[in-house]
Design a protein around this ligand. Structure first.
Ligand code: ASP
Length: 537
């Protein structure tokens, strides 16, 4: 069977292999509707958000509806015992990758024009994803474009140790208009969320998938509304293929389950754009704002601000840093990075201003709000983390770039076979050797859908399993056995308790489609199956 996480196959190969299959696996995607143009309708007061997106826009379209009746799908609306409920679900026809996507749309109580979103709205999105994390393979968030880059950036920090795709999109023209970009953006987002293991908060727009915290809105009217000036797209979608730049995709390498930081201190930060002739008094007025804890300073070029004949501006800034305010230097330029190349930039650095590298303003502001809200945050800890990449939001110059020396490596399938042998014999040195310089192979599946992690989950060496997890192996990939088995299911089925425990530590859970079979097995071997977290589902 073709798997989009495998090496590229031609469209024809994929279609043929899909047709030869009996069982068509389903991916489950939750669509979270927050509002925005995508769902809007005309009213006497201009465009306003409208409800019932699934019934109004998606159900009538064959791209989104295979026409069969479907059971409602389980969704968690609130925390607590009475938080579970059901939503009407639909299913797409089978894709070229041989999967169907079953989905539901969860609409926010108040649908917003995104220009009104704030940290409360971001917390609501983060909590919705957290509550439903175990029930779905991926998430699509529908949102207005105005503050979309801010929301993507905020979510990328709030969602900690994310292991599943969260694809945020919207449109310039409502779905209900005859000529729109909503249909394409939604279809692409669902395809990515349902087929590709890109465990990041991404923005999908105009046939392009971006890392969310690298984006900025560049057009109020063009379909090509977003850019990622300092990082190439994570994927591009053409009529022929979805090409994922796997070497750019980041994965959590910390062995901790998914969690959220739901409060951002957005009300304690500010952003100020320096301009020629700006008065130090004006900067000081902002820096004296009650409760201010952080400031993003948009400076010229490589991070320069006017020095003035009396150095007053630098003095005002240095005093604010001494009062405990974290000040981050971001360039007004669309591309390039803040670094102490020129004297004025160096002066700011000496005054205690943090160089924000090539972060966008959207990323810097939301990251600052996130770090300030973390338990135990200090001025030093926040300043230190602002200067390094925590979610791929800035380019660290010291970072090692792994790339393929062209022509030297054998095909991925040959390499996967070699890795499989090394895992099966518990040869950690060999596994390290084969995987170390190629992070693109870590989540690659062979023809039976087994990625290295599936093999290690039943392999003889716990050290190999730990090594793969630390390298960013996804615990949520499903192979092609049965309804698609996760590494956790395989480890439990093989009776390997230490493997089960380690996978759980790294955030693994059984897939919704594995639960019935797991419950059957649990009656025979409760100790091991209960360790999979089955009881809590
Ligand atoms: N004002 C709208 C919003 O951000 C614009 C859009 O969705 O494109 O909600």
């Amino acid at each position: 069977m073709a798997d989009p996480n495998d090496e590229p196959l031609s469209l024809l190969t994929r279609m043929t292999s899909t047709m030869s299959m009996g069982h068509t696996p389903e991916a489950r995607v939750l669509i979270v509707m927050t509002g925005g143009t995508i769902c809007m309708q005309k009213s006497p007061n201009g465009l306003v958000p409208a409800r019932n997106f699934l019934e109004r826009c998606m159900a009538p379209r064959p791209e989104f509806n295979d026409g069969e009746p479907h059971e409602p799908i389980e969704v968690r609306f609130h925390d607590g015992a009475d938080g579970m409920g059901e939503l009407h679900s639909l299913r797409t026809p089978t894709s070229v990758y041989g999967k169907r996507i079953r989905y539901a749309v969860l609409e926010f109580e108040e649908l917003l024009d995104s220009s009104s979103i704030d940290s409360k709205g971001w917390a609501e999105i983060a909590q919705t994803i957290f509550r439903n994390y175990r029930l779905f393979d991926g998430f699509v968030v529908l949102h207005g474009t105005d503050s979309l880059a801010y929301t993507c950036s905020a979510l990328s920090f709030m969602l900690q140790n994310l292991g599943k795709p969260v694809i945020v999109t919207g449109s310039q023209v409502p779905f209900s208009e005859r000529k729109n970009d909503a249909l394409e953006n939604l279809l692409d987002s669902m395809d990515i969320a349902g087929h590709f293991m890109v465990p990041e908060v991404c923005l999908c727009f105009n046939s392009t998938l971006f890392r969310g915290n690298r984006t900025t809105k560049i057009s109020a009217s063009a379909f090509d509304a977003f850019a990622s000036p300092n990082l190439p797209p994570l994927a591009t979608i053409t009529a022929m293929d979805t090409h994922v730049a796997w070497n750019l995709v980041t994965r959590s390498t910390i062995l901790q389950p998914f969690s959220i930081q739901k409060d951002l201190h957005i009300h304690y930060v500010a952003c100020l754009r320096i301009f020629p002739g700006i008065k130090p008094k004006m900067v000081e007025a902002v820096l004296r704002t009650e409760d201010l804890r952080g400031l993003v300073l948009e400076t010229f070029g490589a991070g320069n601000a006017p020095s003035g004949h009396d150095n007053k501006l630098t003095q005002v800034i240095a005093e604010a840093v001494q009062r405990g305010i974290v000040i981050v230097n971001i360039t007004q330029c669309l591309t390039g990075s803040v670094n102490p190349l020129y004297a004025p930039g160096m002066v700011l650095g000496r005054a205690g201003v943090v160089a924000g590298g090539d972060m966008t303003t959207e990323a810097a502001l939301t990251k600052l709000s996130y770090l300030l809200a973390l338990p135990g945050a200090t001025q030093e800890s926040v300043a230190k983390d602002m200067a390094r990449s925590i979610r791929g939001e800035l380019t660290e110059n010291a970072g090692t770039i792994f790339s393929h020396p062209t022509g030297e490596l054998s095909s991925p399938i040959t390499q996967l076979t070699a890795i499989a042998y090394a895992i099966a014999s518990g040869d950690i040195e060999k596994v390290k050797d084969l995987l170390h310089n190629d992070n693109q192979l870590i989540n690659r599946a062979d023809y039976s859908g087994n990625a290295p992690i599936h093999l290690a989950a039943t392999g003889p060496s716990l050290a190999v399993l730990r090594f793969l997890l630390r390298l960013g192996a996804s615990v949520h990939l499903r192979n092609h056995t049965g309804s698609g088995r996760t590494p956790l299911f395989l480890a439990a089925n093989a009776g390997l308790l230490p493997h089960v425990m380690l996978l759980r530590q790294a955030g693994a859970h059984l897939h919704a489609e594995e639960l019935d079979t797991a419950r059957l097995h649990a009656s025979q071997r409760p100790e091991i199956w209960n360790a999979t977290g089955l009881e809590g589902t």
